[in-house]
Design a protein around this ligand. Structure first.
Ligand code: ZN
Length: 465
């Protein structure tokens, strides 16, 4: 009897251990399936990255960006489109971790818990993913960016719906014929796997004056109640050293509107000191410069703003979008597009997305929420910033925008050229940010033409004519 009892107890213990083990394994498999399949070491599961049965990736109009034909992954027929959308679509190597083909491989290949990759054809549901991007707009933007020969990015998104219309990053390559990156050519491909729209941050220069203007307007900076902020001689001493306007150009008597349109550094140096380090910091934090946010499920690169407590010269330079060393300003292109969209949208920032809604529950499967917005700045402040933003016509679209030329290496005339802003036309609610890094050009002659070309196409994509 005693022996039977002991034996039953043993059987019971083994049974419990077995059930717990199975349970643990199942939970691991269910919870971790997405990660497990996405591991690079699992590429061998089905050969070339598991893409030979993957679904299509389409642009907003159904143009095929990637599809599998006879087991081979084929990209768009136009090399320009392929290069433009490399960072958004991805390639066979899966080296660009933020690209759709890398992030959503299990979905594209219809990876199933029960069938693995061998789900019978009859049971397969839609495995295609439709993106919000417009292939012709991306091609136009990329070709303009590529001619600069510089690292850079251009993004255009709909600030009412969040749909990203254009997203390009340089350097790039053709995913249909990927280059062999060697020691000789590696400088040409430096940072090629990074999507500069989402994953890089650059010194902003004068586009940061949007943030300084918002800080001054929201806090009723005393200088703004005067007829002019200052008289600009092209250079002036702040703290221990000088601040100069671009090219030491004197602007004379400037109010906020002229300070923005002429991009007068002296005026913004005065404003940054007038607002003070605490409130400059608080606006930069509130508007999201020091934060990362998720685009679909990719976290953006954080920017950087740190106001020095005691150094007036450095505080002045941070208010102009430069700063030095630990006080050097940095911004991310997507972040700037969202800030501009929020100004156009009376303070409300719509989260960007690359995945088109209404494509068979795919958003839910990816855990992506659309149409999420949050208040980035007071609507009153947004209105006041909008009032002083310079006007442009870009690709036939009326817009408000700001140029930026961050002086990276003054003696060698190396700058980051920027152009950011938003359309002011109700049927074309587009915000944009473009950066060309380490160029000899300036914002107005290097970044603006890229946006100009891309906006003409983007407006067509959004309006449908
Ligand atoms: Zn000036």
């Amino acid at each position: 009897m005693k022996r039977i009892l002991r034996r039953s107890t043993l059987v019971l213990i083994f049974t419990i251990a077995f059930i717990v083990g199975i349970g643990f394994f199942t939970v691991e498999l269910v919870m971790g399936a997405k990660d497990w399949i996405a591991q690079p070491y699992n590429a061998h599961v089905s050969g070339s990255s598991g893409l030979e049965e993957a679904g299509k990736i389409l642009d907003r109009n159904g143009n095929v960006l990637a599809e599998t034909v006879d087991g081979e992954r084929m990209y768009n027929g136009d090399e320009g489109v392929r290069r433009a959308l490399l960072h958004t679509v991805g390639d066979n190597s899966l080296n660009i971790s933020t690209a759709v083909q890398s992030k959503y491989r299990s979905l594209l290949t219809n990876y199933s818990l029960i069938w693995g990759l061998n789900m019978p054809q009859s049971m397969r549901t839609s495995r295609d993913i439709t993106l919000t991007v417009d292939a012709p707009t991306c091609k136009t933007a990329y070709e303009a960016l590529e001619t600069t020969g510089c690292k850079g990015a251009c993004v255009i998104y709909n600030y009412k719906t969040g749909e990203v219309i254009c997203s390009v990053s340089n350097p790039s390559y053709d995913p249909q014929n990927p280059p062999e990156i060697t020691e000789e050519n590696q400088s040409e491909y430096d940072g090629v796997y990074l999507d500069n729209v989402l994953s890089s941050a650059f010194t902003p220069g004068s586009i940061f004056k949007i943030v300084t203007a918002a800080a001054a307007l929201e806090n009723n900076a005393p200088l703004l109640s005067q007829p002019s902020i200052c008289y600009c001689n092209g250079t002036e001493t702040f703290g221990s050293s000088d601040v100069h306007c671009y090219g030491w150009m004197p602007h004379g008597s400037v109010d906020l509107r002229r300070a923005m349109s002429e991009s007068c550094n002296i005026a913004f140096a005065h404003l940054a000191l007038d607002v003070g380090p605490e409130k400059m910091q608080s606006m930069a934090d509130k508007i999201g410069i020091n934060s990362s946010f998720n685009v679909d499920d990719t976290p953006t690169a954080k920017g950087h703003y740190k106001a020095p407590e005691t150094d007036d010269n450095v505080l002045a330079w941070t208010g102009i979008g430069q700063g030095f060393d630990e006080y050097e300003d940095k911004v991310n292109p997507m972040q700037m597009a969202v800030i501009c969209g929020a100004i156009a949208n009376r303070g409300s920032a719509m989260n960007p997305t690359y995945i088109k809604s209404g494509t068979g529950g795919i958003l839910e499967m990816m855990g992506i929420k659309h149409n999420e917005s949050h208040n980035l700045i007071n609507s009153d402040t947004a209105q006041k910033v909008d009032d002083v933003m310079p006007s442009y016509t870009l690709g036939g679209v009326n817009a408000h925008a700001k140029t930026g030329t961050a002086e990276i290496d003054v003696s060698n005339n190396i700058n980051n050229a920027w152009f950011v802003g938003y359309s002011t036309e109700a049927d074309c609610p587009l915000a944009f940010a473009c950066v060309v890094a380490r160029t000899n050009g300036i914002g107005d002659n290097t970044a603006r033409p890229i946006v100009d070309a891309a906006m003409a196409q983007a407006a067509k994509a959004v309006r449908g004519y």
